[in-house]
Design a protein around this ligand. Sequence first.
Ligand SMILES: [Zn+2]
Length: 314
Amino acid sequence: MSGRGGGPRPKAVNFSDLVERYGSEEKCRNYLTEIRWPDGVKCPRDGYGATWIGTRSVWECNKRSCGYQFTVRVGSVLQDSKLPLWKWFVAVFLMVESKKGISANQIRRMTGVTYKTAWFLTHRIRQAMVEAQGSRRLTGTVELDATYIGGKPRFRHKGKHGWDHKSKVPVLGAVERGGEIRLRVERNGESMGTYGQLMSKHVDPATARLYTDSAASFQGLSDKDTTHEHVNHAANEWVRGDVHTNTVESVWSLFKRSIVGSYHHLSTKHLDYYLDEFEWRFNNRHNDYLFRDTIKALIGSDVMTYKKLIERPA
Ligand SMILES: [Zn+2]
């Protein structure tokens, strides 16, 4: 079945689908064209229709005074990449279908690109995930907690020049029961201030219930439409009826297992990116169209330069 007009595709993608449906440049290009311009290809400059020039593998604008020639990659994160589309597809497949994530090094080995290319590829795909994630705020019952990633516990301090990479990096998280998660690296650690920032960005002010442990940084979270209850871990209290933080704690253990499984040498410098990828997979755990939606995010995302990428604050 070659795509256009061929009826609905089966939703989930397995490895053999990947080879059959996206095993050539042409198949990938047709698929991208289909999801990018479902109502027919349009010139990105003026919105006119376009004609396929097979000899040059480009679309050409039908407006005579324009005549702009472009490919399906135009204006997307794929534009400044010369990498064959199928390698992008394989990388997306591996990233969304590997339950524990996949390192750039594994992508390098499996697709035969250089490490630098594999790293760039995975980081761009993650960036597309972040952009597609949207900004819906968590609501209902929300659990808040933090965990520490990397380093050794006894080095848990700030270095002279900001964060010491040998030390553990704090990650704050908010989890909506039965819903999505929002995680962020917080190099300033846990405090009323940093939880306040996490809440104002990711948690609906009208959230009914907030559950935490009894740490001091969770003081002052309740107001007229939000109740805040905590379990006292120090007194060995873990569950009191509906009140517990087991959901967020299971998210931490899942994340840690995925780091151990896939990133033996995880750099905490790039922890934000691993968290982004983890969030995307977790929040889409019931989405049967995740492969398609990630490809869609990629074709809809902004062009990101290598420079901009490596300048992202550590
Ligand atoms: Zn045009």
